[in-house]
Ligand binder design. Structure first.
Ligand code: NAD
Length: 292
């Protein structure tokens, strides 16, 4: 029987825990939010007292947390994961994180005799619920092969992309594209409305033409047009991901023209206090600027 501990039961981790339980996996949970712990315990998960307690009881440990600083705290803090891991354990780091920090974490774990892969995800809460996420993995091929049966319970496209840190690299690049695409689609639709066109008709055209994207095909009909900006992937997290992409480009000394413009727009919305709403609220932000 596969035994998996999950740390972080928010929008993504909670849905992953539920999905794993539905697939018959034995699941352990830890989160600062005790209410979340109780919710998943009532579905059959085992509550851990600390990250160390979870690691000592579960061979596979998934972290799906807001950022790398929290991941580090979970690893090396008092009663942290490092105190409970054993040489058979495999840490599966699914947070969207900073590749250089992930490589440092891997070094630290390796020196202590432990193993990790980075395996961030894409697809949002709906795909987490359905177990159809895309999962991009960095790490040793043998660790990837070991984790694959477990990951196939929560994801559909599970792709090994390179060494530890590679998963986090492609995840930041994917979101850099995703952020710019949603923003430019928002500008196009808002401009079209100003010019007297109807959003649904414009989307019908775009989705059967070359402007089609996941933003126009899924986010607009399901979130933007329904004005459903409450739950999902927060604008705060998108800004975090764009900062990661920007810093990767800075380290490599390359300019990012399109993404820099998109980043400024996202930061503008974020600086106006819109960070805790779903990231699709960027379209509402554009509509406000365009007065439509
Ligand atoms: P979230 O804010 O909904 O959940 C984070 C969870 O971590 C919360 O339950 C919180 O209580 C818990 N937490 C925070 N600090 C903790 C600590 N010190 N110890 C234990 N638990 C702690 O975030 P999310 O939307 O689930 O995103 C998680 C990660 O997945 C992020 O890195 C995000 O960028 C990435 N991601 C999110 C989505 C999405 O659609 N939401 C999609 C792809 C990737």
């Amino acid at each position: 029987m596969m035994r998996v501990g999950i740390i972080g039961l928010g929008n993504m981790g909670g849905r992953m825990a539920k999905r794993l339980l539905e697939q018959g996996v034995e699941v352990g949970v830890f989160d600062l939010n005790k209410e979340f712990m109780r919710t998943y315990a009532s579905l059959g998960a085992e509550e851990a007292e600390s990250p160390a307690d979870l690691a000592s009881k579960f061979q596979y440990v998934i972290t799906v947390l807001p950022n790398v600083y929290i991941v580090k705290e979970i690893l090396i803090g008092e009663d942290g994961l490092m105190k409970g891991l054993n040489p058979n354990s495999l840490l599966i780091e699914m947070t969207t994180s900073i590749p250089s920090e992930t490589k440092e974490i891997n070094k630290m774990l390796k020196n202590a005799g432990f193993r990790m892969i980075d395996a961030p995800v894409s697809g949002g809460v709906k795909k987490a619920e359905d177990g159809t996420l895309s999962i991009m993995v960095g790490g040793e091929v043998s660790d990837f092969e070991e984790a694959k049966p477990l990951l196939s319970n929560i994801g559909q496209n599970i792709i090994h992309v390179g060494e530890v840190g590679a998963g986090h690299t492609i995840k930041a690049l994917n979101n850099m594209i995703s952020a710019a695409t949603l923003a430019v689609t928002g500008e196009a639709i808002a401009l079209g409305v100003k010019l007297g066109l109807e959003p649904t008709k414009m989307l019908s055209v775009i989705n059967s033409s070359t402007g089609k994207s996941f933003s126009s095909d899924f986010k607009f009909p399901n979130q933007v047009l329904t004005r459903n900006f409450e739950v999902g992937f927060t604008l705060d997290l998108m800004v975090k991901d764009l900062k990661i992409a920007m810093s990767m480009a800075e380290e490599e000394k390359v300019p990012l023209f399109i993404s820099s413009a998109s980043f400024q727009l996202w930061k503008q919305a974020w600086s106006q206090g819109k960070g805790s709403q779903d990231h699709t609220t960027i379209v509402k932000h554009i509509e406000e600027m365009f007065n439509v």
